[in-house]
Design a protein around this ligand. Structure first.
Ligand code: UD1
Length: 416
């Protein structure tokens, strides 16, 4: 069985370059099929979720080829509008194909989405919003059938700023007849990136990054070449690793303006930061300081995807920290694993109280989802001695080459 082996306990020293963003790449790949032509994507991360998405696109009839880091997708002729079940049920983002399939083909079949096991993750907001644009939905036992012969603009107000529901509305509204006003939209940077991508193909979308997005539907899109932005969550993971392990690292291609909430927490933890253009130098000595009270919230708040890496880093902080998770209900799954390394964490409902210990100890660990898995890598890099992390495939869903990155930051790590 494939596992990661890490010898931890030494301060970091070295540098890493941040990969392209997973959560930007996936909706953009979904958007590609709205255009009957060729799209060139640069800096697309070669992660498992992207590779699954490409298999789904091939199933529709897209021609896909890699030229180094650049992806060329020809979506001129699509024959099928069904998301192959073997991929659809493995990844949450397959639900995003609903909006774009309806926009391109007028009908769609998507098996109920899978993805990280971090809670119930219903899709009710996606469905209610798409219905407003004219979709007719038929919920079947294994998946969802949808038809939308003439998508038409509408006013859609989301009950919560769901990232995926915002993206699904944008995808269908981009080619619908008339104007869509999306209220209480998510403001995550990945929404802005999707809109920039669509606008580069000729879409007319304004207001991304605010909670009111206006989409004027267009009849046709055109070929485009687009560079995907760097991944703020991967950058944040390495930033918290530097906080926990100490030492000095240089991160390149960091989306600094998207990481304000994270950098504030890092400052409270006592990590020194120096930015220059899009590089960030981080250094610290000794244990990080505890953070009194931190809660996850939609952007620009502290990202739920960095809650597990933060939890792992605070396990070795000097003092007691409280973390409250407000987005997903099952995101403290790694606590059990961290406790086996010697962490002192108590969970009550959606709150975790972390009493920092001087050191974690290496042991055998099991990843159960993407970000929790990355947090275990962080803990193992910090802990004394050897750790083995099983079910590495969860981490490869979002981290293109965590082994290379950590090795270049001086950590002894290999995949066996
Ligand atoms: C996206 C990100 C994920 C991140 C999350 C929150 C991608 C591929 N994934 O996930 O990494 O953790 O945003 O920043 O971009 N909800 C409903 N009904 C719905 C939709 C959502 O109840 O129809 C709930 C969810 O269960 C969750 C909350 O709303 O509790 C936020 O979900 P959402 O913003 O939609 O996250 P995702 O798009 O799934």
């Amino acid at each position: 069985m494939e596992y990661l082996e890490i010898v931890g306990g030494n301060p970091l020293c070295g540098e890493a370059c941040i990969q392209g963003s997973k959560n930007a790449a996936l909706p953009i790949l979904s958007a590609v099929i709205l255009h009957r032509g060729t799209t060139v994507l640069k800096n697309c991360p070669k992660i498992i979720d992207v590779l699954y998405m490409l298999e789904i696109l091939k199933g529709f009839g897209c021609h896909v080829r890699w030229e180094g880091d650049t992806l060329v997708i020809d979506a001129s002729d699509l024959e099928d509008c069904q998301v192959a079940e073997c991929y659809g049920c493995k990844m949450r983002s397959s639900i995003m194909l609903l909006g774009s399939l309806l926009g391109r083909m007028g009908n769609a079949y998507v098996s109920y989405p899978g993805g990280c096991v971090i809670g119930e993750r219903p899709i009710d907001m996606h469905l209610a919003a798409l219905k407003k644009l004219g979709a007719v939905l038929l919920e079947e036992a294994a998946g969802l059938r949808a038809v939308c012969e003439k998508p038409a603009g509408a006013v859609v107000s989301l009950p919560f700023p769901s990232v995926g529901a915002t993206e699904n509305v944008i995808l269908l509204a981009a080619v619908a007849e008339g104007v869509t006003i999306l209220e209480n939209a998510a403001r995550e940077p990945e929404i802005g990136e999707l809109c920039r991508f669509l606008n580069s193909m000729g879409a007319r979308i304004r207001g991304a990054g605010t909670s009111r997005i206006e989409i004027v539907g267009v009849k046709e899109l055109h070929d485009t070449e687009f560079t995907i932005m760097p991944d703020r969550i991967v950058a944040g993971t390495y930033m918290f690793m530097a906080a926990a392990a100490g030492g000095e690292i240089l991160l390149r291609e960091v989306p600094l303006e998207q990481l304000e909430s994270v950098r504030t927490v890092l400052s409270h933890m006592g990590v020194r930061q120096e930015e220059r253009e899009n590089t960030l130098r981080l250094w610290s000595t000794g244990r990080p300081c505890a953070v009194k009270d931190i809660r996850t919230s939609p952007y620009p708040g502290f990202p739920t995807d960095l809650q597990s890496p933060l939890l792992a880093a605070l396990s070795v902080a000097d003092g007691c920290s409280i973390i409250q998770e407000t987005i997903f209900e099952a995101r403290f799954k790694i606590v059990e694993e961290l406790r086996r390394m010697g962490a002192d964490i108590e969970v009550e409902g959606q709150k975790a109280a972390v009493r920092g210990v001087p050191k974690l100890s290496g042991t055998d660990l099991t990843a159960r989802e993407l970000r929790g898995g990355a947090a275990l890598v962080l803990a193992a890099a910090t802990g004394e001695g050897r750790s083995r992390i099983f079910q590495y495939h969860y981490i490869a869903r979002g981290y293109e080459n965590i082994i290379r990155d950590l090795q270049s930051m001086g950590i002894v790590i290999q995949c066996t």
